[in-house]
Design a protein. Structure first.
Length: 751
């Protein structure tokens, strides 16, 4: 008996629990806690490009909720770009409220719910379009409210509940009303509010079709105060699920349960304006992907825009005109030439873009051709004035060594090439010009030659026998005249021999003096150039751009148009980065200090030995020899060893010393159109000019009392005349031939 009673108690308890669970409002059941969050979506509503700027308008959703408060860190673009900015924009809302006033509807609860939305400034804003559809007695009525008082009047005058209405006509009327605003940039919503839901089978597919075809979200709120109305909750919830919206219940009291619906409607205002500058200057259609990432969840969408039709920049040299002449006068101190003026010549350039798209000029190259040799002057990041005008400073100093001596006219050509920020290049027409180094002739004012008295042509008087003057005859007596004539003939023969001997001696001495004078002339011209290039000549130019001195040879040899240039060394570090040093000897010797046989010195780098290395040219092949230096010679990062001749083919990086931070570095550039010889039957191993380059020094170069350390570097590097030491011709060392290593085993460290 007791067991049966206990069983009845348990059954009653279970029934009570099930009834309570059934009557419990669904919004209080924490079923969503176990569900995965809805997927993330991104919609691109607008895309436009005015190259290089691209403008996007996007919206981010997570389920039915619009995501707000995103920043640049949440978005990514899959094309090269810069300057990405993200700002939040607010759209207006078009809202149609469908109120079902069927029999048994709690009108006061519905009015309370709607007043809570429209009277809250966080939800309703001026400019939102609002319409209210009321359904009663199987009929519906749609009224619009332009302002909050209009809306309040409609809500205060809701008709009494009556009839058993179907929600289908009201929802269809709401969708039709919103269709007229589909072209507007606004968020469209339908909110269905009621206590009962009649004829749910009539609206089974309607919400889904409206959501998928028109993009209108449908939300539902089940407002009731009688427990008997709880059974309609599933119908309201089904409409919201099919319409892509949210569902909530309200039974009076706190409105916390319905704010989730209001928040979802409010968040739909949020749009993101995304602006960036594209670096992809290719023409045609660009397909780009915009992605968003929020706490590990991501989504992406694509958009397209038309790329620019860029054309190469047009370059014109406006001054000097073709055929111009540049006369350079010597600067003379004492009896020595210390330089020429002017050292710089202005070149005016105009750059235009035929495609109409203005962009930055990133580099200008001024190329001069003289006597078959090319000198390039690179100007990074030039200053461009209004209208694309530039004034370039043409550095005339590097071409002095190629200039003919004296007053001879040297024809040169020069051309300007510009490169824009998208690596498109244009070049000017070639301009012909003439450069004259007005070197004074040797010698000066000649001293006047000594003269002798004129020869006496008057007859000599003689005495007669009485001792008086014989005025009737002139000259000696006949016998004396005959004897004198014979003596004169003999004396004449002797004088002829004497004159001949004197003439021979004079000719010998004249030849000797002429040769000596020629040698002195050569020495004086050489000394003039030595003093000009010497670091200490004291001119104002030396304070900004110390010169390389030349020793050995005269000025005619140094500046002769026939001088051969075997290639160039481009300085890669230090204040003279970018300068190009001409290799003007087939055994070009580099050392630390000026001395006999040193062509180029590097006083600012202690790692360089006094006679460090030779760059040679023989049998149409370049090679490099380490002259037993203390710190070694490295080609593309490889120590070449001592007294061997590894080949150079072009673009190698040469480092003098072990430590990249304190060692000078060059890039070897052979002469134009040079083709290295290929040895049959041997495998060529090219030294990669990039991968093995030692890192550039991070700090400034060591200062020095002489050279580039004692004065600020020039604002724009130019090739040729540098801040390093001397550059002098070197005689070939025919009495010593270093061992040649034909193979490339030295690259492996000799193993």
């Amino acid at each position: 008996m007791m067991g049966q009673r206990r069983l009845v108690i348990v059954i009653r308890f279970l029934l009570a629990f099930l009834i309570a669970l059934y009557l419990l409002p669904s919004h209080l059941i924490p079923t969503g806690a176990q569900e995965d969050p809805p997927p993330l979506e991104i919609d691109i509503l607008f895309a436009n490009a005015n190259f290089p700027q691209v403008n996007l308008l996007a919206q981010v959703k997570q389920g039915p909720t619009i995501v707000s408060e995103l920043t640049e860190e949440n978005f990514a673009i899959n094309e090269d770009h810069e300057g990405l900015t993200v700002t939040s924009e607010a759209m207006p809302i078009n809202l149609v409220v469908v109120v079902d006033l069927s029999e048994g509807t709690d009108v006061d609860l519905i009015r309370t719910v709607l007043n809570n939305y429209f009277q809250n400034e966080a939800y309703y804003r001026d400019g939102d379009r609002v319409a209210i559809v009321t359904q009663t007695e199987d009929n519906y009525r749609l009224r619009t409210g332009e302002t909050l008082p209009d809306i309040q009047q409609i809500l205060n005058n809701l008709p009494s509940n009556s009839g058993y209405n179907s929600s289908q006509p009201g929802i269809e009327a709401a969708a039709e009303h919103l269709e007229q605003f589909s072209a507007d940039q606004a968020a469209n919503h339908i909110l269905v509010v009621g206590s009962v839901f009649n004829r749910p089978n009539q609206v089974e597919q309607l919400p889904q079709r409206i959501w998928q075809e028109q993009g209108i979200q449908i939300h539902t709120i089940h407002a009731y105060d009688l427990s008997s109305r709880a059974r309609f909750a599933t119908d309201f919830e089904a409409v919201a699920q099919q319409g892509g919206g949210l569902f909530a219940q309200y039974q009076g009291g706190s409105l916390a349960g319905v704010t989730s619906v209001f928040d979802a409607i409010q968040s739909s205002r949020t749009l993101y304006q995304i602006i960036y500058n594209s670096l992809n200057a290719t023409s045609g259609e660009h397909t780009v992907q915009l992605s968003v990432n929020i706490d590990g969840a991501s989504a992406a969408a694509s958009f397209t825009y038309q790329g620019p039709e860029l054309q190469d920049p047009q370059v014109e040299i406006t001054d000097p005109a073709s055929g111009a002449e540049v006369v350079r006068e010597p600067i003379i101190e004492g009896n020595q030439i210390t330089g020429f003026t002017p050292e710089l010549q202005d070149i005016q350039v105009e750059v235009s873009f035929p495609d109409g798209f203005e962009r930055d000029i990133t580099q200008v190259t001024l190329t001069t051709l003289i006597n078959g040799d090319e000198v390039s002057q690179v100007i990074p990041e030039p200053e461009v004035g209004s209208g694309g005008t530039m004034v370039l400073a043409w550095d005339l100093v590097p071409i002095e060594a190629m200039q003919p001596p004296g007053n001879e006219r040297a024809g040169v050509t020069f051309q300007v090439q510009v490169t824009d920020e998208y690596n498109r290049s244009g070049e000017s027409a070639v301009i012909d010009a003439t450069i004259v180094l007005n070197v004074p002739e040797e010698g000066g004012v000649l001293e006047p030659r000594p003269t002798r008295p004129p020869r006496n042509t008057e007859p000599t008087p003689r005495l007669d026998a009485a001792g008086g003057l014989d005025t009737g005859t002139v000259g000696p007596p006949p016998e004396e005249a005959e004897a004198a004539s014979a003596a004169s003939t003999e004396e004449s023969d002797d004088n002829s021999m004497l004159i001949l001997g004197v003439a021979i001696v004079a000719a010998f001495f004249a030849l000797l003096v002429t040769g000596f004078g020629f040698l002195m002339l050569r020495q004086r011209r050489r000394q003039a150039v030595d003093d000009y290039y010497d670091d200490g000549y004291g001119s104002s130019f030396n304070k900004t751009m110390p010169a390389m001195s030349v020793s050995g040879g005269d000025i005619g040899q140094t500046m002769a148009s026939s001088q051969k240039i075997y290639g160039h060394l481009q300085i890669l570090n230090g204040p003279d980065t970018g300068r190009q040093i001409p290799i003007d000897s087939d055994q070009f010797t580099i050392g630390r200090e000026v001395g006999p046989g040193i062509n180029f010195t590097t006083p600012g780098f202690d790692n360089v030995s006094s006679r460090h290395c030779i760059i040679g040219f023989r049998d149409n092949a370049y090679y490099i020899i380490d002259q037993g230096s203390t710190n070694g010679t490295f080609v593309n990062g490889v120590d070449i060893g001592k007294l061997i001749e590894p080949p150079l083919r072009g673009q190698e990086t040469i480092q003098l010393g072990k430590d990249p931070g304190s060692s000078i570095q060059f890039r070897f550039m052979p002469r134009a159109n040079y083709q290295p010889p290929v040895t049959p039957g041997k495998t060529r191993i090219d030294m990669d000019p990039v991968s093995n380059v030692p890192p550039a020094p991070s700090g400034p170069p060591p200062s020095s009392s002489q050279g580039w350390g004692s004065s600020p570097p020039p604002s724009s590097p130019s090739p040729g005349r540098g801040t390093y030491g001397s550059r002098s011709p070197q005689p070939r060392q025919d009495d010593w031939e270093p061992r040649v290593q034909d193979d490339d085993s030295w690259l492996d460290g000799g193993n």
